[in-house]
Design a protein around this ligand. Structure first.
Ligand SMILES: Nc1ncnc2c1ncn2[C@@H]1O[C@H](COP(=O)(O)OP(=O)(O)OP(=O)(O)O)[C@@H](O)[C@H]1O
Length: 460
């Protein structure tokens, strides 16, 4: 236990971590003089702008190191960087920092300083919430929030990359709420045609439009007494957003073609894998609606940021796969688990689950192997450009990929090819690329970060 952080075990089994804010001062290199304050539990350091501390140093890897604050103190960890992380002339894998510790990445010297301000973080004492498993501090922090929020009627917004478990969280919120016995209705805003989404949500009356031969209940009415889960909220057409806002504020809806309003008693949970605030800035999402949702925001970290969850997830998926396939007794070697912990998992937990299932099915022996990781790593230029949609669909079918995985792989491959091509044409000029693509410059930067692409990578 460290004397600079303090963990307090609470009566209900939860833990409270008291820690001090800290800052990293850059003492040398191109960023000399820069100070980055760390108030959360994790600070990533590297040359990619995605990091909390971004260093302009060609000897620093894109995701070079990180500082994680936990019950034992402030841990500086190298992330398999090319040139290593150094403290007092020694290369380190991980090391606990003390006030004044100087560490070096590439040519950049940084100093760790403790601040006087205290911060408190609460972690659940449990390793699961509903069907959602996780023992990493990041997930236990989220579970603590969910345990507090679930029993209320508060609207919740869940943000996270595809496959991080957003739907599972929504189900868990419903199941742990007084509405658990009521309906749980899912509307995927990205899967419904624009012209019928209003009727899907609010219902319609007979004759409301051509083909409306009878009246139909909408999702709000169907979810009465329960929870309505709006998946991919960022895809909701902008002209429908004021109607959703009204439904949230007044707790009533008006079916398409009708004059009467219906009172509804619905709890709303929404999810998005877009950065919704960025969508607000780009004018694609209404600010008032965003703030109505963002009161309670759950940000699910990608799996690559919580490798501590992997063993627990693998064990659970091995058990599920054994039941599903009838192949019992298949295990995993320590070395394989370590490899899985280092993988980037672009498809997050969904990809891990599919991998375990595939590996259990295909392995000849009694241990799963990483050769079955035919992962959705960022594709090479050849695969992304040369593969047409037919052959991509065929490959996905051959691999028994679920539709959602196949679709997200295809979109990702298209996105990589599109942005690579566009930036080549604009000689790496992001503002120009943004103008041609018809999106905000910040969106281009966000997309490139999300796809793990740098201008330098793209232009070779
Ligand atoms: N923490 C977890 N514990 C156990 N299973 C998980 C966890 N997270 C995700 N899963 C599993 O991974 C798969 C994907 O989860 P889910 O559909 O909830 O993700 P999502 O974020 O909603 O994805 P998308 O944005 O693509 O809809 C599901 O099979 C789910 O059961």
């Amino acid at each position: 236990m460290s004397d600079i952080t303090r963990t307090i075990l609470l009566d209900d089994g939860d833990e409270k971590l008291e820690l001090r804010k800290y800052s990293i001062r850059v003492n040398s290199g191109a960023n000399a003089g820069l100070t980055q304050v760390g108030a959360g539990r994790r600070l990533e350091i590297g040359s990619s702008p995605e990091n909390g501390l971004c260093l302009d140093d060609p000897l620093v890897s894109r995701f070079h190191a990180e500082i994680e604050v936990g019950p034992r103190g402030y841990l500086l960890r190298d992330r398999e960087s090319k040139n290593g992380t150094w403290v007092h002339g020694l290369q380190v894998g991980s090391v606990f920092l003390e006030d004044g510790t100087v560490f070096k990445l590439g040519d950049t010297e940084c100093e760790f300083k403790l601040e006087n301000e205290a911060v408190e973080v609460r972690f659940s004492g449990k390793n699961k919430f509903g069907k959602m498993l996780g023992k990493s501090l990041a997930m236990r922090e989220i579970f603590a929030l969910l345990e507090r929020v679930a029993p209320t009627d508060a609207t919740v917004l869940i943000e996270g990359e595809s496959g991080t478990g957003k739907e599972l969280v929504a189900e868990g919120i419903h199941a742990s709420s007084p509405r658990a016995k009521g309906p749980f209705i899912v509307v995927d805003c990205s899967a419904i045609a624009r012209d019928i989404i209003e009727s899907e949500l609010f219902g319609h009356v007979k004759g409301a439009f051509t083909g409306a031969s009878g009246s139909r209940k909408g999702a709000f009415e169907a979810a009465n007494g329960g929870t309505l889960f709006l998946d991919e909220l960022g895809e909701l057409p902008i002209d429908l957003q004021p109607k959703l806002l009204r439904a949230l504020e007044k707790r009533e809806v008006k079916p398409v073609g009708g004059n009467e309003t219906l009172k509804t008693n619905v709890r709303i949970v929404a999810a998005t894998n877009r950065n919704l605030l960025q969508e607000v800035k780009d004018g694609n999402f209404r600010e008032d609606l965003y703030y109505r949702f963002a009161v309670i925001k759950v940000e699910l970290p990608p799996l690559r940021e919580r490798p501590d969850d992997i063993p627990m997830l693998v064990e659970a998926f091995l058990e599920q796969a054994a039941q599903l396939t009838g192949r019992t007794g298949v295990d995993i070697a320590y070395k394989t688990m370590e490899k899985l912990k280092r993988h980037r998992w672009p498809g997050n937990v969904r990809e891990l689950k599919n991998f375990v299932e595939r590996a259990v099915l295909l392995t000849q022996g009694d241990q799963i192997e990483t050769k079955f990781l035919n992962s959705q790593e960022i594709p090479t230029e050849e695969t992304s450009v040369d593969m047409g949609s037919d052959s991509m669909a065929k490959t996905a079918l051959d691999e028994n990929l679920p539709f959602k995985d196949a679709k997200s792989r295809m979109i990702e491959e298209f996105e990589v090819a599109y942005w690579r091509g566009l930036l080549e044409r604009t000689d790496g000029n992001i503002s120009k690329a943004a103008r041609i693509a018809g999106v905000h410059r910040k969106s281009v930067e966000y997309i490139l970060k999300k796809l793990d692409l740098t201008r330098e990578d793209l232009l070779g």
